[in-house]
Design a binder for this molecule. Structure first.
Ligand SMILES: [Fe+2]
Length: 109
């Protein structure tokens, strides 16, 4: 059985991955709206990838006898000043989520 503290942290990571997916889906919509379907498609692929990440943590928690608790996913921005601004936001967000993963590793150790 997984420790309560670890279970809570993995649940928070699931929420962060779902937020990432939601954010990139919003960016997908933004790119469609400014007639950049290639960018939209690329961001749509990232949306799916983040869902896969969330499900990996989800399945891990279940496999360890833990309980997945889904919390509300925070609202995401809906538009950006430019395509570059959107990608800069995505980059910043990736750095943040990587930091969360590193904290999760530290906790696990
Ligand atoms: Fe992710």
């Amino acid at each position: 059985m997984i420790h309560d503290k670890m279970q809570q942290a993995v649940n928070e990571q699931i929420n962060a991955e779902l937020y990432s997916s939601y954010l990139y889906l919003s960016m997908t919509s933004f790119f469609y709206s400014i007639n950049l379907p290639g960018f939209a498609n690329w961001m749509r692929v990232q949306t799916q990838e983040e869902l896969v990440h969330a499900m990996k943590f989800y399945d891990y928690l279940v496999s360890r006898g833990g309980r997945v608790i889904l919390k509300p996913v925070e609202g995401v921005p809906t538009s950006w000043e430019s395509p570059l601004a959107a990608f800069e936001d995505a980059y910043k967000h990736e750095l943040k989520v990587t930091g969360l993963i590193n904290k999760l590793v530290d906790l696990a150790i």
